[in-house]
Design a protein around this ligand. Structure first.
Ligand SMILES: [Mn+2]
Length: 448
């Protein structure tokens, strides 16, 4: 199916979902008005951070701009109300290709004060979005502004992707892979973090603020900083620049708002052989975990299995001694892998609803041992999530382990040798189909 047909089908599905959500959550309204969001400046400044539209809005209209509205009445054509200000300082042209705009009515406004008169009269409205003051000026009662029961319902359903959404995430994967290739080449070329980052952006032809999340470009020991935020620049006149040994790059792209989230770890040929073994071990571990996925199991179960695989790899590499079960029970593997195995993926890189047990908003808490796990849901058809096991040498956590009773299970001289190399993460995006798992990162071309 082409994008237009996929989008038409997507709208039908989410329209039905909205009708169910309104009825199921007991909403006493006939229509829902969703706001894309407001632009905000920094404190006491006329400059602000780049805008990003809210996921619940982007799911209906792929327009990433502030103060856009969509009026939804299940069973009827949506009404898109873009704010197009009379502003000669900026380009205010709004691109509305037929593939999506022909499925909605459009009534543009030039000022927020025109919104009320644009809305059909005698509709009882609910409002979703950040500008609750605006909802008040529209006379919408408080209990119909961001009603929790409706939002829980919609958040829960966002875990199940339509074919259109899967195609978007696949495209975002294909797009990012070109950047990953360029980053890999720049790394082997001896470039620094800054130049590797620029190589990624240039290959993807994206600007920083268009990325789904800030790229993590971590060389050597920086790979052990889970959300490493710098792009270190070396200058030729500075002596003592460390050689590139390891690159951990966590970088994605977006397609009409939908994200990819991909991590690769590369090393140079002369690397310590134990680290090289860990890297190929982690690549095998990651594909083994993906093969273990089956519908009906909980994501938490998959996370626990990953820790057993990781314990075995640590034992096989002579970093740890003992039995895999003992290492996980003693919390040793958490020192090496302190984050969750993965998360739901969609319009937000950490998509909503990862811990929801049902439409009613009840929560599935993560296992007591693994509080960082973002996805605790049962694995079901149409979900898209990441699988991103890691193995890191994090000095702060290793320091704690060294002081604990479990310290005797570790070969510390080997750990000390490997710590300057940072760590490893391998991350792919997987789509759950009724007949198995499709890895969107390894096979982003859905039609082939
Ligand atoms: Mn991720």
């Amino acid at each position: 199916m082409n994008t237009e047909a996929l989008f038409a089908e997507h709208l039908q599905i989410i329209d039905r979902q909205l009708a169910d959500a309104m009825a199921g959550s007991g909403l006493s309204a006939d229509a829902v008005l969703i706001h894309s969001g407001s632009a905000h400046n920094h404190y006491a400044d006329d400059q602000g951070k780049p805008f990003r539209a809210w996921g619940h809005f982007l799911r209906w209209v792929p327009v990433d701009r502030p103060d856009q509205f969509i009026l939804l009445r299940p069973g009827q054509k949506p009404l898109f109300i873009p704010l197009i200000p009379q502003d000669f300082w900026h380009d205010q042209h709004l691109d509305m290709p037929a593939w999506w705009s022909k499925h909605m009515s459009v009534k543009a406004i030039a000022d927020l004060s025109e919104l009320a008169q644009t809305l059909p009269e005698s509709l009882k409205l609910a409002f979703l979005g950040e500008n609750t003051a605006l909802a008040q000026t529209l006379g919408i009662p408080k209990k119909l502004v961001n009603p929790g029961a409706l939002l829980n319902w919609l958040d829960y359903d966002r875990a199940y992707k339509t074919a259109y959404e899967v195609a978007r995430i696949a495209t975002a994967n294909a797009h990012a892979l070109g950047g990953h290739q360029a980053a890999h080449d720049a790394f082997l070329d001896g470039k620094d973090e800054f130049d590797i980052h620029i190589a990624y952006l240039a290959a993807c032809r994206v600007l920083d603020h268009e990325l789904p999340y800030p790229n993590i470009i971590a060389l050597n020991k920086n790979a052990a900083i889970l959300h490493y935020q710098h792009k270190h620049r070396y200058h030729s006149q500075v002596r003592g620049r460390p050689e590139n040994q390891v690159l951990l790059i966590d970088a994605g792209c977006r397609s009409h708002g939908y994200c990819s989230d991909i991590t690769r770890t590369w090393c140079t040929p002369g690397i310590h052989p134990v680290f090289a073994g860990l890297l190929s071990g982690m690549q095998k571990l990651q594909s083994a975990v993906i093969q273990d996925i089956h519908i009906g199991m909980s994501f938490g179960e998959l996370h626990e299995q990953t820790h057993l695989h990781l314990a075995q790899l640590l034992i096989d590499s002579n970093i740890c001694r003992g039995l895999a079960e003992d290492l996980t029970r003693a919390g040793v593997t958490q020192t090496f892998l302190p984050h969750g195995l993965g998360h739901l993926l969609g319009l937000q890189v950490h998509d909503v609803g990862g811990r929801l047990a049902g439409h009613d908003g009840s929560i599935l808490a993560p296992p007591a041992h693994y509080p960082a796990l973002r996805n605790t849901r049962r694995i079901e058809k149409d979900m898209v999530f990441t699988i991103e096991p890691g193995l890191y040498f994090i000095p702060m956590l290793l320091g704690r382990l060294r002081q604990s009773a479990a310290a005797r299970m570790i070969d510390w001289s080997l750990v000390d040798l490997l710590t300057p190399l940072g760590g490893i993460r391998i991350e792919d995006n997987v789509w759950i189909k009724s007949d198995g798992v499709h890895n969107l990162t390894r096979r982003p071309l859905l039609d082939s």
